[in-house]
Ligand binder design. Structure first.
Ligand code: FEO
Ligand code: CA
Ligand code: CA
Ligand code: CA
Length: 516
């Protein structure tokens, strides 16, 4: 958000975010936080415990294995007892050091790239609660992969760059779950894979992974929101939600029963979007809007409603394909890298992580709160204000989730090259934070987890019985210079290579309302 620097500083000094403990209601129970840590461990506050569910490379079926750099997690319940789920997990990008054993310098080979194309996209895995622990059901018929090689239809009015089918999905960062229990997985930094170009002609950046040397796929087939049926693995790219570095796609019903999908473009100075479906049970058709934060208005990207869009773009598919340019043209507000978005289930307020923007000297980011007019996500007006500002207890907020009691949890993502260095030194490794949203400590922030070295914690997702927080530990040891100089050995310890993994964190009983 483009706040005046003066207002921003005033807000930091006036915000009371420092807290070491949180009191629950009028009981004597309290949650003691932890201090930031540099340890190569997943540290958790007292009362929490964790188990590894699955790690990069683990076999999930006869033919397939769990992909690289696990990120967003969604769970779809499979039975009424809530003890069996299909879990969807995003695989954001290939694991170059520990998958391809590539630390830079040497030639990238086709074998390497073929293996990498199989390691991205997402996994569907069947989990069952046995006793108090969630276990992966290996070889379940629900277990399957969607990858960088899968053929995925583009749902659009016409062909895009000569085709209505894209090869693969990748850069899958965060996502969402639709009211009809399908999963949305978002293509974020797609330009790293097959590059980026303007208007289908002028190349503005090359892919950085060397994939283009062997596969010449059009960049316009990526940067979309992909809907996946968790029961079948069937996928489709929903072009009506626009093409940009989609962080997430957070679904919520409008007052008249359609679906609003909030999505941020995680790039410095890019925008916040909202899609509203035409139908109550499909996201294939609808209207895309972009936020004017200063005026509190959602601006329509419907070409038929705006002369500027009509002049610049030949049809609505072109508006969707070059959504950034269209949004800028109609006066959207530049933001400091919008990341995850969550809707408070108790109030309907929308929370948006603005992670940082070093170009504007905003090193620590903030969480923005948007209140839709008349509590209606279909409304075209809203109020926006800062909810929390980083720099005191936390820095670089990224992924969030609300628990069943309506409290907010979030993780931080200080990038690997900057962690434990100024101006980030005091925050140490990335963390997991809890914010009480009611009671005497409402608004207080307490750190409840600390990531292994170089890792980001992401993909927060509560189990349907509210007993467990599923979490991705992504890219531990990513700054290692070679297999001989590993910066992390998490999770196996000893001299083992580090592995991105999904963990199940059991919550202390005071933090759940588990009646299951
Ligand atoms: Fe993949 Fe914006 O985080
Ligand atoms: Ca993120
Ligand atoms: Ca989230
Ligand atoms: Ca981030």
């Amino acid at each position: 958000m483009s706040l005046d620097r003066r207002d921003f500083v005033k807000f930091i000094s006036g915000s009371a975010v420092a807290a070491a403990a949180i009191q629950f209601g009028c009981t004597k129970n309290s949650l003691m936080g932890i201090s930031p840590s540099e340890a190569d461990e997943l540290l958790l506050a007292e009362g929490f415990s964790s188990d590894i569910i699955v790690s990069f490379g683990d076999s999930i079926s006869q033919r397939e294995s769990f992909g690289a750099n696990n990120d967003y997690i969604a769970v779809i319940p499979l039975n009424s007892k809530k003890s069996e789920v299909i879990m969807w997990v995003n695989h954001e990008y290939p694991d170059l050091p520990f998958g391809s054993k590539w630390f830079g310098g040497s030639q990238r080979t086709k074998d390497m790239i073929d293996q990498e194309r199989k390691s991205v996209g997402g996994s569907l895995i069947h989990l069952k609660k046995q006793g108090s622990k969630w276990k992966l059901i290996k070889d379940s018929s629900y277990n399957r992969r969607v990858t960088g090689e899968s053929k995925i239809p583009l749902i659009a009015d016409r062909e895009i760059e000569g085709s209505k089918v894209a090869e693969g999905t990748f850069a899958n960062c965060a996502g969402g779950v639709t009211p009809w229990q399908t999963v949305l997985t978002c293509e974020e930094n797609y330009f790293l894979f097959y590059g980026e170009r303007e208007d289908g002609t002028r190349k503005v950046s090359e892919g950085r992974l060397g994939w283009e040397s062997f596969y010449q796929n059009p960049p316009e087939h990526y940067g979309w929101v992909v809907e996946v049926n968790p029961l079948t693995g069937e996928a489709k790219k929903l072009t009506g939600l626009g093409r940009f570095a989609h962080e997430c796609a957070t679904c919520i019903r409008t007052n008249d029963g359609r679906v609003a999908v909030y999505s941020g473009d995680d790039k410095r100075g890019e925008f916040l979007y909202k899609f509203i479906s035409n139908d109550k049970d499909s996201l294939e058709k609808g209207e895309l809007f972009v936020a004017d934060i200063r005026k509190g208005k959602w601006l329509s990207l419907d070409r038929d409603k705006n002369a500027l869009l009509k002049e610049e773009f030949k049809d609505q598919t072109a508006v969707h394909t070059y959504a950034r340019r269209a949004a800028r043209l109609i006066g959207a507000t530049e933001l400091d890298r919008p990341e995850d978005i969550e809707v408070n289930p108790k109030t309907g307020e929308v929370f948006v992580c603005l992670t940082n923007n070093s170009k504007r000297e905003n090193y620590h980011g903030s969480i923005l709160k948007i209140t839709p007019e008349n509590k209606d996500h279909g409304s075209e007006s809203f109020k926006a204000q800062d909810f929390l500002v980083g720099g005191d207890l936390f820095s670089c907020p990224d992924n969030m989730a609300f628990d069943s009691l309506g409290n907010l949890w979030f993780c931080t993502d200080i990038s690997g090259g900057k962690m434990n260095k100024p101006p980030y030194t005091k925050f140490k490794n990335n963390g997991l934070f809890y914010v009480a949203m009611s009671g005497r400590d409402s608004g207080k922030v307490v750190q409840v987890g600390s990531a292994p070295r170089d890792a980001e914690l992401t993909g927060l997702c509560f189990s349907p019985d509210n007993s467990t927080l599923f979490l991705s530990v992504q890219h531990p040891g990513e700054k290692s210079k070679s297999l001989e100089k590993l910066r992390s050995h998490w999770p196996k310890g000893g001299t083992e290579i580090p592995l991105s993994s999904v963990v199940a964190i059991k919550l202390p009983p005071i933090m759940t309302n588990d009646k299951a």
